[in-house]
Write a new protein. Sequence first.
Length: 154
Amino acid sequence: MPSARYSIHRRCVLRASVDSTWEELRDFTNVCKVAFRDQVENVHWIEGGSVKHVPALVRFTLQPGDNQITEQVAGRSEIDRSITFRTVGPALSFADYVATMRCMPLTDEANKCVFEWSMEFSLIKGTNADEFLPMYESLVDQQIANFKGHFGGV
């Protein structure tokens, strides 16, 4: 029996132009640093990866707990200003985690943009979804607040 799939979607307005926001977020190492702030350490490209290559692997350590995570930048669209990434191997309680972040212009305000983050995932066997999902949604909300704090939010 396939495991349940979950999805979370968040959207906010940032006080930064779409171009300046995308210039920073097109590099997934910056995404990690902004999203996790002081909880992330040692963010780096591995196996010859770089912002210039897709697909490419990024490894980082989350604190507390020294959780080493590997993510693959699986897609990036300069036209849509979007980046798609997925976990590789074990990552906390996630299985098959895939997410897309996108920056979109506001038609009437050049100094603001819409930031959107959509994710889908399953949980590893034995994870209590009723306990994990509210905690994870709270973490995602904190990460959105981190993006707003970094770029300025509305």
